[in-house]
Design a protein around this ligand. Structure first.
Ligand code: UT7
Length: 341
């Protein structure tokens, strides 16, 4: 029994804002942003668009591809889903209903269970492992839709140049299916190994303080700033380099492989410098890591599934390729999936 990615999809808002455009509204420059992060632009959703809207668009693309492959309609593909997991740090609503339920309704995925995963930028990796486990434990469950979707520009403090230049909006989706292929030994396929972890002692380093039960908005209160991301960039950077290296090393050691066996490493796109530093420490060529941060900036839980969809649709991934996804984020959380494509 294998957990295979059947198809993928992505949705990115049309409006692209370059570093130079941002530099007209705040004290920053294309040179600073590129040299410190590798970011060249970000896509920003219109005010009317929320995380569920991007998730629905990305999911429809994945479902259309599935429908084409299986000779069914996209509606039938949606109705065949047993589970929807949405990873997001910028859900439509605080607490409930889950963004996954909104996606479930819009797609007409009438038999699907639906829930959100809150694991920051590691959310898609957590979601894939959760979905694989949930498909494995119940015999009748066969198909899961796992989505990473964000409208981070909606929860960004545009007066803070240290964070606002970093984030972008977008969504990526993958359809995971339980198949008869083996998950171990010769000819193994799908998600063959996962590693998930957290270091909650770093919770304060990447946080949205307001709006939750700890510091709720109160009647009559004058709010100085909208709800927004607060980040200790240096602390997250140091954690990220260390944990990306450790996660890749542990997954390769558990699988008994070296980096040569990997077709691609698909990292969370937070900062090109984090990837470069990790590649150097690992002694792995930088080109093995897929980077699209220049175009999209950091789209949190959406960054890995967007990258997977770009790779899949451009024909860069062949059946049987071994890929490793690796991420880190608020929580602090981290993780990786080792996948035979
Ligand atoms: O998805 C996971 C979430 N986040 C991350 O992975 C982020 C991890 N951290 C990072 O990527 C980096 O720490 C940042 C990109 C956030 C910051 O880079 P840095 O090299 O750590 O810069 P810094 O915060 O130490 O700031 C250096 C200087 C400061 O000026 P002074 O104090 O040296 O005069 C900042 O005020 O750069 C200044 N600065 C800027 N200048 C122009 C900070 N932001 C900007 C900006 N434009 N946008």
């Amino acid at each position: 029994m294998a957990m295979e990615i059947r198809t993928t999809g992505r949705a990115v808002p049309a409006r692209k804002v370059t570093n130079d455009e941002l530099a007209k509204t705040m004290e920053t420059s294309d040179e600073w942003i590129r040299s410190h992060t590798g970011i060249g632009a970000r896509h920003i959703a219109d005010d009317s668009v929320a995380a569920s809207d991007l998730a629905i668009e990305a999911s429809r693309r994945a479902l259309e591809s599935l429908a084409a492959e299986d000779g069914i309609t996209a509606e039938e593909a949606a109705a065949s889903l047993d589970l929807i997991i949405v990873a997001t740090a910028s859900p439509d609503y605080l607490g409930f209903p889950s963004t996954a339920c909104l996606v479930q309704a819009a797609l007409g995925a009438t038999k699907a269970a639906a829930m959100d995963v809150a694991a920051g930028c590691s959310g898609f990796i957590y979601g894939m492992d959760a979905a694989a486990g949930m498909l494995a434990t119940v015999g009748t469950r066969k198909r899961a839709l796992v989505i990473g979707t964000e409208v981070l520009t909606r929860i960004t403090d545009w007066e803070d140049r240290g964070t606002s230049v970093l984030f972008g909006d977008g969504a990526g989706a993958a359809i995971l299916e339980k198949t008869a292929a083996p998950s171990e030994g010769k000819g193994k396929r799908g998600i063959i190994r996962s590693l998930l972890g957290a270091d909650g002692t770093g919770a304060e380093h990447l946080i949205m303080h307001r709006g939750g039960g700890r510091f709720p908005f109160k009647k009559g209160e004058t709010v100085e700033k909208p709800i927004h991301i607060e980040m200790n960039g240096r602390a997250v950077y140091n954690f990220a380099v260390k944990i990306v290296v450790e996660t890749i090393e542990r997954l390769m050691a558990e699988e008994g492989i070296s980096a040569d066996a990997l077709t691609r490493i698909v990292p969370h796109q937070a900062n090109a410098r984090i990837v470069q530093a990790a590649a150097k420490r690992l002694g792995v060529p930088e080109e093995k890591f897929y980077l699209n941060i220049e175009e999209y900036a950091n789209t949190s839980a959406a960054s890995i599934p967007i990258a997977l969809d770009e790779l899949a649709r451009s024909g860069s991934l062949k059946r049987g390729d071994l890929i490793l996804t690796v991420g880190f984020g608020a929580g602090l959380t981290y993780g990786g999936n080792l996948i035979v494509w």
